[in-house]
Design a protein around this ligand. Structure first.
Ligand code: 13P
Length: 245
């Protein structure tokens, strides 16, 4: 399985940042890992014209193909542009847009139908972790947002503890390992042979300075990076750490 360094810009960045990040194409020309940038939707087209070896993804898609859904973008439209991956179920979407596990599943299936790889995000809140609910929450999210229909096509899982996002608080290696091992076992048990080919990303305050340690954890196949993916040197050092892992 190829490892993946994915950047989620959220509602950040600009054409200038995009042009700056194009330096990554030169620095990681012959990369042994996949690199993906998910800018805000409005920057997808310029990003596609600027990048060739780095893939461009979206941060969300609608669950339906078309219709009266003002402000939304369908997976078909993303595929039309040449987008190859889409984040679904990011905690900011789950919390700010009250997205449920079943909506996340519908979006993931819509993406696959359009030929796009969904990156399904899961993760517990601080309250849930502190009350010992982490693995129950992860299992519930996987039960609700994974389905056997998904398993005929590639997909990715990103574990992002909500309390680690944008806070600088990274879980211990043991805590990350526990969830990633749980996810791999869940996939093996429920979806058998696809388990070995489904990358498990870690996300939440990943930086150049902690990337090596995170990538040394068993069953961590890459990262979903927020803030650090907007800065060439920071994202480049994360990609380099993944290449060396
Ligand atoms: P940070 O890397 O900024 O913590 O964001 C993580 C994230 O939410 C990526 O999707």
């Amino acid at each position: 399985m190829k490892k993946l360094a994915a950047g989620n810009w959220k509602m950040n960045g600009s054409l200038e940042v995009l042009a700056e990040l194009a330096k990554l194409e030169i620095r990681h020309k012959e990369s042994t890992v996949d690199v993906l940038i998910c800018p805000p939707a409005i920057y997808i087209q310029p990003a596609l014209s600027l990048f060739s070896s780095i893939s461009i993804g979206a941060q969300d898609c609608h669950m339906y193909q078309s219709g009266a859904y003002t402000g939304n973008i369908s997976a078909e439209m993303l595929a039309d542009l040449g987008v190859n991956s889409v984040l679904v179920g990011h905690s900011e979407r789950r919390i700010d847009h009250t997205e449920t596990d079943s909506m996340v599943l519908q979006k993931a299936l819509a993406a696959q139908t359009a030929g796009i790889k969904p990156i399904i995000c899961i993760g517990e809140t601080l309250n849930q972790r502190e009350s010992g609910q982490t693995l129950n929450v992860i299992e519930k999210q996987m039960n609700g947002s994974l389905h056997k229909d998904l398993t005929s096509y590639p997909f990715v899982i990103a574990y992002e503890p909500v309390w680690a996002i944008g806070t600088g608080h990274v879980p211990s290696s043991q805590q990350i390992a526990e969830v990633h091992n749980f996810c791999r076992n869940y996939l093996e048990h429920n979806f058998h042979e696809i388990a070995a080919n489904t990358p498990l990303l870690y996300g939440g305050s990943v930086k150049g300075s902690n990337a090596k340690k995170i990538f040394a954890i068993p069953n961590v196949d890459g990262a979903l990076v927020g803030a650090a993916s907007l800065k060439v040197d920071d994202f480049s050092s994360i990609i380099e750490a993944l290449e060396k892992s």
